[in-house]
Ligand binder design. Structure first.
Ligand SMILES: [Zn+2]
Ligand SMILES: [Zn+2]
Length: 240
Protein backbone atom coordinates (compact mmCIF):
# COMPACT_ATOMS: atom_id res chain seq x y z
CA UNK A 1 0.00 0.00 0.00
CA UNK A 2 2.65 2.46 1.09
CA UNK A 3 4.76 1.47 -1.89
CA UNK A 4 1.80 2.08 -4.22
CA UNK A 5 1.33 5.57 -2.82
CA UNK A 6 5.04 6.30 -3.03
CA UNK A 7 5.06 5.10 -6.63
CA UNK A 8 2.31 7.58 -7.40
CA UNK A 9 4.05 10.49 -5.76
CA UNK A 10 7.54 9.52 -6.86
CA UNK A 11 7.18 7.33 -9.91
CA UNK A 12 10.31 5.50 -10.96
CA UNK A 13 11.96 7.37 -13.80
CA UNK A 14 14.07 6.15 -16.66
CA UNK A 15 17.72 6.74 -15.71
CA UNK A 16 18.47 7.80 -19.26
CA UNK A 17 15.67 10.15 -20.40
CA UNK A 18 14.07 10.91 -17.02
CA UNK A 19 10.55 10.04 -18.16
CA UNK A 20 8.24 7.95 -15.98
CA UNK A 21 9.20 4.34 -16.46
CA UNK A 22 6.74 1.87 -17.96
CA UNK A 23 6.21 -1.02 -17.85
CA UNK A 24 6.83 -1.27 -14.11
CA UNK A 25 9.86 -3.26 -13.13
CA UNK A 26 11.95 -2.22 -16.13
CA UNK A 27 15.25 -0.54 -15.33
CA UNK A 28 15.30 1.68 -18.40
CA UNK A 29 12.66 2.55 -20.99
CA UNK A 30 12.70 0.57 -24.22
CA UNK A 31 13.50 3.45 -26.62
CA UNK A 32 16.43 4.46 -24.41
CA UNK A 33 17.78 0.94 -24.21
CA UNK A 34 17.89 0.90 -27.97
CA UNK A 35 19.66 4.24 -28.16
CA UNK A 36 22.46 3.41 -25.75
CA UNK A 37 25.72 2.54 -27.44
CA UNK A 38 27.35 -0.36 -25.62
CA UNK A 39 31.10 -0.72 -26.04
CA UNK A 40 31.87 -3.59 -28.35
CA UNK A 41 34.74 -4.79 -30.51
CA UNK A 42 36.86 -3.37 -31.95
CA UNK A 43 38.01 -1.67 -28.80
CA UNK A 44 41.34 -0.64 -27.35
CA UNK A 45 42.95 -3.63 -25.63
CA UNK A 46 44.03 -1.46 -22.79
CA UNK A 47 41.41 1.19 -21.96
CA UNK A 48 38.55 -0.34 -24.00
CA UNK A 49 37.74 2.79 -26.00
CA UNK A 50 36.01 1.94 -29.24
CA UNK A 51 38.37 2.16 -32.19
CA UNK A 52 37.60 2.08 -35.89
CA UNK A 53 40.31 -0.15 -37.29
CA UNK A 54 40.05 -3.75 -36.26
CA UNK A 55 43.71 -4.43 -36.95
CA UNK A 56 44.78 -1.84 -34.41
CA UNK A 57 45.36 -2.92 -30.85
CA UNK A 58 45.26 0.37 -29.03
CA UNK A 59 43.50 3.72 -29.17
CA UNK A 60 45.52 6.84 -29.95
CA UNK A 61 45.93 7.75 -26.29
CA UNK A 62 47.15 4.32 -25.22
CA UNK A 63 49.39 4.12 -28.25
CA UNK A 64 51.17 7.34 -27.39
CA UNK A 65 51.13 7.41 -23.64
CA UNK A 66 52.59 4.90 -21.35
CA UNK A 67 49.67 4.57 -19.00
CA UNK A 68 50.36 2.51 -15.93
CA UNK A 69 47.01 0.89 -15.28
CA UNK A 70 46.58 -2.70 -16.38
CA UNK A 71 43.24 -2.56 -18.10
CA UNK A 72 40.01 -0.62 -18.16
CA UNK A 73 36.36 -1.41 -18.75
CA UNK A 74 33.49 0.80 -19.68
CA UNK A 75 29.85 0.15 -20.53
CA UNK A 76 28.76 2.91 -22.91
CA UNK A 77 30.10 5.45 -25.33
CA UNK A 78 30.00 8.91 -23.83
CA UNK A 79 27.50 10.49 -26.18
CA UNK A 80 24.85 13.15 -25.71
CA UNK A 81 22.31 10.69 -24.28
CA UNK A 82 24.66 9.44 -21.60
CA UNK A 83 26.05 12.90 -20.98
CA UNK A 84 22.58 14.03 -19.90
CA UNK A 85 21.94 10.90 -17.85
CA UNK A 86 25.21 11.22 -15.95
CA UNK A 87 24.72 14.97 -15.45
CA UNK A 88 21.42 14.21 -13.69
CA UNK A 89 23.06 11.50 -11.61
CA UNK A 90 25.97 13.71 -10.69
CA UNK A 91 24.59 17.21 -10.32
CA UNK A 92 20.85 16.83 -9.76
CA UNK A 93 20.74 14.30 -6.99
CA UNK A 94 19.41 11.46 -9.14
CA UNK A 95 21.31 8.94 -7.07
CA UNK A 96 18.70 6.30 -7.79
CA UNK A 97 20.08 6.08 -11.35
CA UNK A 98 22.98 4.16 -9.86
CA UNK A 99 20.82 1.07 -9.59
CA UNK A 100 20.67 0.72 -13.34
CA UNK A 101 24.31 1.67 -13.84
CA UNK A 102 25.53 -0.85 -11.29
CA UNK A 103 23.42 -3.61 -12.72
CA UNK A 104 24.92 -2.99 -16.17
CA UNK A 105 28.45 -2.89 -14.77
CA UNK A 106 27.92 -6.25 -13.09
CA UNK A 107 26.27 -7.81 -16.14
CA UNK A 108 28.87 -6.53 -18.55
CA UNK A 109 32.09 -6.83 -16.55
CA UNK A 110 31.44 -8.73 -13.33
CA UNK A 111 33.29 -11.69 -14.69
CA UNK A 112 36.34 -9.65 -15.70
CA UNK A 113 36.38 -8.03 -12.28
CA UNK A 114 36.33 -11.45 -10.63
CA UNK A 115 39.22 -12.52 -12.82
CA UNK A 116 41.19 -9.47 -11.77
CA UNK A 117 40.24 -10.27 -8.16
CA UNK A 118 40.81 -6.84 -6.59
CA UNK A 119 41.79 -6.58 -2.94
CA UNK A 120 39.71 -3.43 -2.77
CA UNK A 121 37.50 -1.22 -4.90
CA UNK A 122 38.20 2.51 -4.66
CA UNK A 123 36.31 5.42 -6.21
CA UNK A 124 38.03 8.43 -7.75
CA UNK A 125 37.63 10.96 -4.93
CA UNK A 126 36.13 14.42 -5.05
CA UNK A 127 37.72 17.43 -3.42
CA UNK A 128 36.03 17.95 -0.05
CA UNK A 129 34.59 21.33 -1.07
CA UNK A 130 32.89 19.70 -4.05
CA UNK A 131 31.73 16.87 -1.85
CA UNK A 132 30.08 19.23 0.56
CA UNK A 133 28.23 21.20 -2.12
CA UNK A 134 27.13 18.09 -3.98
CA UNK A 135 26.49 15.99 -0.88
CA UNK A 136 27.83 12.80 -2.40
CA UNK A 137 30.51 11.41 -4.63
CA UNK A 138 28.91 9.75 -7.64
CA UNK A 139 31.93 7.47 -8.10
CA UNK A 140 31.62 6.31 -4.50
CA UNK A 141 27.97 5.34 -5.04
CA UNK A 142 29.04 3.21 -8.00
CA UNK A 143 31.96 1.68 -6.12
CA UNK A 144 29.75 0.77 -3.15
CA UNK A 145 27.16 -0.82 -5.39
CA UNK A 146 29.79 -2.87 -7.17
CA UNK A 147 31.36 -3.93 -3.90
CA UNK A 148 27.97 -5.08 -2.59
CA UNK A 149 27.08 -7.00 -5.69
CA UNK A 150 30.45 -8.62 -6.28
CA UNK A 151 31.54 -8.92 -2.65
CA UNK A 152 34.73 -6.92 -2.54
CA UNK A 153 35.64 -4.42 0.15
CA UNK A 154 35.25 -0.76 -0.82
CA UNK A 155 37.63 1.86 0.52
CA UNK A 156 35.98 5.16 -0.33
CA UNK A 157 38.79 7.25 1.07
CA UNK A 158 41.84 5.26 0.03
CA UNK A 159 42.63 8.20 -2.20
CA UNK A 160 42.12 11.82 -1.22
CA UNK A 161 41.78 14.71 -3.62
CA UNK A 162 43.72 17.41 -1.89
CA UNK A 163 43.86 20.00 -4.63
CA UNK A 164 41.08 21.72 -6.43
CA UNK A 165 41.73 21.22 -10.10
CA UNK A 166 40.53 23.16 -13.12
CA UNK A 167 37.96 21.41 -15.28
CA UNK A 168 40.00 19.10 -17.48
CA UNK A 169 37.92 19.76 -20.58
CA UNK A 170 39.53 23.03 -21.57
CA UNK A 171 43.10 21.90 -21.05
CA UNK A 172 45.70 20.46 -23.38
CA UNK A 173 47.17 17.03 -22.63
CA UNK A 174 50.24 18.43 -21.00
CA UNK A 175 48.25 20.90 -18.91
CA UNK A 176 45.88 18.12 -17.85
CA UNK A 177 48.71 16.17 -16.35
CA UNK A 178 50.17 19.26 -14.72
CA UNK A 179 46.73 20.14 -13.40
CA UNK A 180 46.42 16.71 -11.82
CA UNK A 181 49.95 16.30 -10.61
CA UNK A 182 49.84 16.05 -6.83
CA UNK A 183 46.06 16.40 -6.85
CA UNK A 184 45.66 12.98 -5.25
CA UNK A 185 47.12 11.58 -2.11
CA UNK A 186 47.28 8.08 -0.65
CA UNK A 187 45.41 7.75 2.62
CA UNK A 188 47.74 5.67 4.72
CA UNK A 189 45.37 5.71 7.67
CA UNK A 190 42.66 4.02 5.65
CA UNK A 191 45.10 1.48 4.23
CA UNK A 192 46.50 0.67 7.68
CA UNK A 193 43.06 0.30 9.17
CA UNK A 194 42.13 -2.10 6.37
CA UNK A 195 44.88 -4.26 7.72
CA UNK A 196 45.59 -6.44 4.70
CA UNK A 197 48.12 -5.92 1.97
CA UNK A 198 46.57 -4.06 -0.97
CA UNK A 199 48.09 -5.31 -4.20
CA UNK A 200 45.24 -5.00 -6.66
CA UNK A 201 42.86 -2.05 -6.83
CA UNK A 202 39.84 -1.53 -9.03
CA UNK A 203 39.28 2.19 -9.55
CA UNK A 204 35.75 3.38 -10.28
CA UNK A 205 34.62 6.58 -11.95
CA UNK A 206 31.71 7.81 -14.02
CA UNK A 207 33.53 8.93 -17.17
CA UNK A 208 36.87 8.19 -18.80
CA UNK A 209 38.03 10.65 -21.41
CA UNK A 210 41.77 11.02 -21.92
CA UNK A 211 42.74 8.86 -18.98
CA UNK A 212 44.74 11.48 -17.12
CA UNK A 213 42.67 11.23 -13.92
CA UNK A 214 42.94 7.44 -13.80
CA UNK A 215 46.65 7.72 -14.58
CA UNK A 216 47.23 10.22 -11.78
CA UNK A 217 45.46 7.95 -9.26
CA UNK A 218 47.24 4.89 -10.61
CA UNK A 219 50.61 6.50 -10.05
CA UNK A 220 49.76 7.40 -6.48
CA UNK A 221 48.69 3.82 -5.78
CA UNK A 222 51.78 2.35 -7.46
CA UNK A 223 54.05 4.49 -5.34
CA UNK A 224 52.38 3.04 -2.23
CA UNK A 225 52.91 -0.61 -2.89
CA UNK A 226 49.91 -1.43 -5.05
CA UNK A 227 50.98 -3.71 -7.89
CA UNK A 228 48.10 -3.69 -10.34
CA UNK A 229 45.32 -1.24 -11.07
CA UNK A 230 42.30 -1.75 -13.29
CA UNK A 231 39.41 0.64 -13.71
CA UNK A 232 35.77 0.60 -14.61
CA UNK A 233 33.69 3.59 -15.72
CA UNK A 234 30.16 4.03 -16.98
CA UNK A 235 31.18 5.85 -20.12
CA UNK A 236 34.22 6.34 -22.24
CA UNK A 237 35.04 8.67 -25.11
CA UNK A 238 35.88 7.40 -28.54
CA UNK A 239 39.47 6.51 -29.29
CA UNK A 240 39.88 8.02 -32.74
ZN1 LIG B 1 14.19 6.56 -21.26
ZN1 LIG C 1 43.12 2.96 -25.08
Amino acid sequence: MLQAILDMIYPVRCPVCGEILTPKGEKVCIPCREKLIFIQEPRCKKCSKPITQEEKEYCLDCEHKNYHFKKGYSIWVYDEIMRLSIAEFKYHNKREYAKFYIEEMVLGYGEQIHKFYPDVIAPIPLHRSKYSTRGYNQAEILARGLGNELHYPVLSHLLIRNKKTLPQKQLSDRDRLRNLKDAFEFNKKVADKFGKVIERVLLVDDIYTTGSTIEACTNVLLSHGVKEICFITLCIGKGF
